[in-house]
Design a protein around this ligand. Sequence first.
Ligand code: AMP
Ligand code: GLY
Length: 416
Amino acid sequence: MKVLVIGGGAREHALCRSLSLDPDVTALHCAPGNAGIAEVAELHPVDALDGGAVAALAAELGAELVVVGPEAPLVAGVADAVRAAGVPVFGPSKEAAELEGSKAFAKDVMAAAGVPTARSYVCTNPAEVDEALDAFGAPYVVKDDGLAAGKGVVVTSDLAVATAHANACDRVVVEEFLDGPEVSLFAITDGRTVVPLQPAQDFKRALDGDEGPNTGGMGAYSPLPWADPKLVDEVMETVLQPTVDEMRRRGTPFSGLLYAGLAITSRGVRVIEFNARFGDPETQVVLARLKTPLAGVLLASANGTLADLEPLRWSDDAAVTVVIASHNYPDTPRTGDPIEGLDEVAERDAPHAYVLHAGTKRVGGSIVSAGGRVLSVTASGKDLTAARSRAYAALGRIRLDGSQHRTDIAAKVAGE
Ligand code: AMP
Ligand code: GLY
């Protein structure tokens, strides 16, 4: 099978790594990719938001499956353009991707499907905002309705900060604060059949101890030893299947990856958000544990044949990933700094630990930082303690001037 992956972050590197290990994959392409993906896939320059360009590239390469990684192309309708060109595509249509593209739309679908989520108001003017903030009280949760690359949500006990964020957006969702640990649960669906993956936990704040600003994610681990073993079944029944059924009922079936961001509250599981694609960095640890070859699973979603798929097989190992971010992330990150030590990790830590690239590019003979999140150091082990120590040992060999990372990814859960 010839596969083309669209995107160029650590999530796409994780996808490409798994696809490159799949014996059914005969050729692997990625566009636009990054310096790490170039080691496992052939790269092509493309404007990932241009559906026509992506469809043309897929046709030129004879791709038999296109996998669209990030949300922006999905929300822009890139999967539709590829599908219209007759190429199977993993990823939802533009209309279905609104589950991530509009928080108000997601709330509407959840209400119709009876999916448990925070109570909320959609507000379009300052008077509505004041009323909604007052109704829920502190801590305040204010969400920009549209895509905001992880920067649209403000959770604060400061009324002035909440009001200022709300008034800076056109349309906001103000909602009840959900207490309790967060879980990311991904499911692969073809619009009808839903196949859950293993749950993971993401660390969204920039600094140790969950301090500092929200980011795209600074690390993740899987499995979750503290979670109720029935969690996946419960979320399938109360969240994933009803949402997929409701989307089909509306005539806009959702196929691809449905990401449920969940809060495990004292009153039960609640959806914090949906995303329409694999999460980053959770994908790095979920795919590290998936034993079933990936291409056939993604193709079954694209072709509507998930009901015929064998049950997924998982490793009992644990996986941990730690993100190395550039100086000043998540504000304006500094880029162009050389990265050293990657070869040492490849020599000394593989195959249990490896480096997935996010914002990197090759300049002459060296690899330099090219974005906020730069690398995602991923490791497996018999338990979270072993995986964690391998990840941090590998991370210690990498040098990137001014870079930052959290030192406490999976520390508490590993009992450290
Ligand atoms: P989102 O972009 O929707 O994932 O939100 C980013 C982060 O904000 C989430 O991972 C949570 O940590 C936090 N958050 C979002 N909604 C709520 C809520 N209703 N209650 C508490 N925290 C929330
Ligand atoms: N890790 C959070 C996300 O992918 O949105």
